[in-house]
Design a protein around this ligand. Structure first.
Ligand code: S3P
Length: 434
């Protein structure tokens, strides 16, 4: 198992770029694959998760080539969804997005495909997509009551349209249903309790696949053909969030992040930090299909806040690093309505609580969140941290280590490669500064 050793650092001034957005990278290759021609993708995230999606599409007969050594520029030959049956199971690795969106993408394929994943992915609930897809005539068979992987997906040549009301605000459910709905006839709708990230809606519109949002409901019409267009993937705000917190709670530090995604359905982490007293400026350029721009942070003192309700889906992946920010703040932070954290790459509520306690922070766990007693920027104790095989836990606590009293060791850091190749190099740059 690999580990990271982190020691406390002084204030810093850094300008950086983060690798491509994970959610948008998955969608870029999937949607290019169903288009009617050749698409060039620039800014693709060559992480294990996104490469699992590339591998899956290649197994389905889609031609994808790298245009550079780092695989951040790809060329995809869309085949109008004329997929071929793979001879081997498709390995989705650690990636929930690959597995769930792939089920929607396979809706129109009248053959069986087996989808498998690693130990963590094989524990995650797939009934949330199996249920609406079954209503559409698409069978997703899995294990046990939560329909976990391995999955056998069997699409249909007559996919039915649906009006689906999802019990959870999840972009993965929404996207799987929308992709299946494209293979159906007529109009389908999907309603979610709160708005989740809208990358699928935006990118499909950009590829001239009409879909409309009214309130919490998306309507999409079947039978539309995605047009091939080149796609730019912005930097991942979820990755930038680690450096934002590394600077935000440290008076005297400055950070500038360039070319990062600033989609309003993803900026919950920045809004929460601003409420905590962080000094953050955003400059947004809306001309791309996804808003992107710069984030400038000036370190300051943070205070505890209450987080919950409809803002949760807009920061769902950043709650572990926000919890670290809460520990660095003065006062109490309460996070509620975040049950979904229990079924991510790890149980993130218990993983965050356990590791914060190791660093001397008092945390009360709830079924849907936690209450954190901030210890201020100088109050964290160095500790041995367990990643639980979860990339966001590993990176969040590496940042906590930058504020701790001595050497913090994070165990099990290979998982970082699922979303942020280059994290360790960026961290080492900070650790090397005098
Ligand atoms: C994602 C949606 C979110 C997020 C995940 C990526 C996506 O999951 O946590 O990291 O790309 O659609 P849910 O849809 O399960 O909320």
């Amino acid at each position: 198992m690999s580990e990271l050793r982190v020691h406390p650092i002084d204030k810093f001034a850094v300008e950086l770029k983060v690798p491509g957005d994970k959610s948008i990278s998955h969608r870029s290759v999937m949607f290019a694959a169903i288009s009617n021609g050749t698409c060039e993708i620039d800014g693709f995230l060559p992480s294990e998760d996104c490469l699992a999606t590339v591998g899956a599409l290649k197994q389905l007969g889609v031609e994808i080539k790298s245009l550079n050594e780092s695989s951040t520029k790809l060329i995809v030959k869309g085949n109008r969804r004329q997929f071929v049956q793979p001879s081997e199971p498709i390995d989705c690795g650690n990636s929930g997005t690959t597995m769930r969106l792939m089920c929607g993408l396979l809706a129109g394929c009248n053959f069986e495909v087996e989808l498998v994943g690693d130990e963590s992915l094989s524990k995650r609930p797939m009934d949330r997509i199996a249920k609406p897809l079954l209503e559409m005539g698409v069978s997703v068979r899995g294990q046990g009551k939560n329909c976990t992987a391995p999955l056998i997906v069997r699409g249909s040549s007559r996919v039915k349209n649906v009006d689906y009301e999802s019990p959870v605000a999840s972009a993965q459910i929404k996207s799987a249903v929308m992709l299946a709905a494209l293979a159906a006839e007529g109009k389908s709708t999907i309603t979610e309790p709160f708005l989740s990230r809208d990358h699928t809606e935006r990118m499909l519109n950009y590829l001239l696949v009409k879909n409309v949002r009214q309130g919490r409901t998306i309507s999409i019409w079947g039978g539309q053909q995605a047009e091939s267009r080149d796609i730019i993937v912005p930097g991942d705000l979820s990755s930038a969030a680690f450096w934002v917190v590394a600077a935000a709670a440290r008076p005297g530090s400055t950070l500038l992040v360039n070319e990062v995604g600033l989609n309003p359905t993803r900026v919950g982490v920045l809004n929460a930090l601003i409420r905590m007293g962080a000094r953050i400026n955003e400059r947004v350029d809306e001309s791309n299909c996804e808003p992107m721009g710069t984030v400038e942070v000036t370190g300051s003192k943070l205070k505890g806040i209450e987080i919950g309700g409809e803002e949760i889906p807009k920061m769902i992946d950043e709650i572990p690093i926000l919890a670290v920010a809460a520990a660095l703040a003065e006062g109490t932070t309460t996070i509620r309505d975040a049950h979904e954290l229990r079924v991510k790459e790890s149980d993130r509520i218990s993983a965050v609580a356990e590791n914060l306690r190791r660093m001397g922070v008092s945390v009360q766990e709830f079924a849907d969140g936690m209450e954190i007693q901030g210890v201020g920027p100088h109050g964290l104790k160095a500790a041995e941290i367990e990643s639980h095989g979860d990339h966001r836990i590993a990176m969040s606590f590496a940042v906590a280590g930058l504020y701790a009293s001595g050497e913090t060791i994070i165990h099990g850091t290979e998982c970082i490669a699922t979303s942020y190749p280059g994290f360790e190099e960026e961290l080492n740059q900070l650790l090397k500064r005098k």
